[in-house]
Write a protein that binds this ligand. Sequence first.
Ligand code: UTP
Length: 503
Amino acid sequence: MQLVSMKEKLASYGQEHLLAHYDTLSQEQQAQLIKELEELDFDEVIEYFQRATSDLDSVGQKLDDKMNPLDDSQCGSIIKSTDEELIHYQNLSLAEIGAGHVGILLLAGGQGTRLGVSYPKGMYNVGLPSDKTLFQLQAERILKLERLAAQETGKSGKITWYIMTSASTVGPTQKFFKDNDYFGLSKENIIVFQQGTLPCFTFEGKIILGEKHKISRAPDGNGGLYRALRTEGVLEDMKKRGIKYIQLYCVDNILVRVGDPVFIGYCLSKGAECANKVVRKQFPTEAVGITCKVDDHYQVVEYSEITTKSAELSNKDGSLVYSAANICIHFFTLEFLERVVTTNERLLQHHVAKKKIPYVNEKGDLIKPSEPNGIKMEKFVFDVFRFAENFVVWECLRDEEFAPLKNAEGAKDCTPSYCRNAVLALHQKWLKMAGAEIISTSGDEAPLMTSPASEGNNNLDSNGKEVEEVVITEISPLVSYAGEGLEPLVSGKQFTTPLHLSC
Ligand code: UTP
């Protein structure tokens, strides 16, 4: 396209500033910028901006009058289930895994700004004795699950692991898996794909120039998944492989039971097409999203969207009415995903995140603002719940299944030490339940560590010092997926810390 007609096009969208520095660019940069502008669907992104920002007026509005809790019949729970039920759920899933019907979707396209490292979060090592990264822990849990399914069913069905990355995480993620020989999984069963990006806008609706020859872009949120499933051919791949059921999770949860057979089995037993695994809200004002019905649609409602009165509503037994806290672990049937991707994806609203976005000013200088100066538009992965007809939730225990890595050391929680201590506490509990005696370095029996995940504290004082004895016990996922199979190995035996039980 000629420069003149591009200028006219931009002017018609009120975006002519995007060519302000054109004359100062090298030929190569000029070509790059023109190509990017030609490829951008201005009608589409401006419509996204308008829809997303028109909603800003309603931010702060409460949803109380439209909300209802889920029916009891839709809510399963690990503590309320009998051992027989749990085994039944597990066996249902292992049979599907053995038959090769289960796929796993990992969301790993985030920028991890709060943690503040320059590489993808999955490559982070929180300092366990094994020095395993989040990616390795997750890979080994998948490997173990395949082995458990093979033992149980005699069929060695493979689990395909779909990893969603973004422009900034795709390269390092691919290299990391290759360099580590895919952590023992088959290379052909790990599919790394990339989510899309969207331009960043000023509050006034101008697309931001991140460099003189480049638009500033950000990943389109973890709900960008649904578009990427189509554009990256992932859905097609799932169909080709005969996958029927998918479990989704976020990269940062160090305790995540990847492909949890109990959760999946519960969903299968209910014939659900979509499900959310939740933890119980710890206190009424905890800032977590809760799962409920809004105007007859399933939804995750943010804490800021309900009044304290609703947040505090309790049942006869004292439990909170709205307590199903979202931890971003979902279940979908392939049929549901296909329906969402082909017919509902376009209806998903973008949410606005106000951010400090570096920009090139009129003089051509790169400015790093100290206050939010623009917006990124993001879709949320759980927004598809509203399209589900048969929806269930499964409540698990926080200290066993949820400890996300969000913040750098020094923050109140969700730091690397918080995650490491959550693993150590859980593994000590498993060892104790299996009949092991753990002796600490002082020669005495080690005290039972408190999990930072269950107590809401992170075992650190305000100076970042450990406030109680940290008992170093780690169990490789290849030895035990969720605490099973330990008794023959450890019962009646004494172990001295630091302990790393590996194959
Ligand atoms: P968060 O919202 O916690 O974002 O992502 P983040 O990138 O990890 O961290 P901050 O907010 O920049 O500090 C929750 C999950 O969603 C994924 C993340 O990788 C994480 O697993 N995610 C987020 C995506 O896959 N794509 C996105 O565009 C955003």
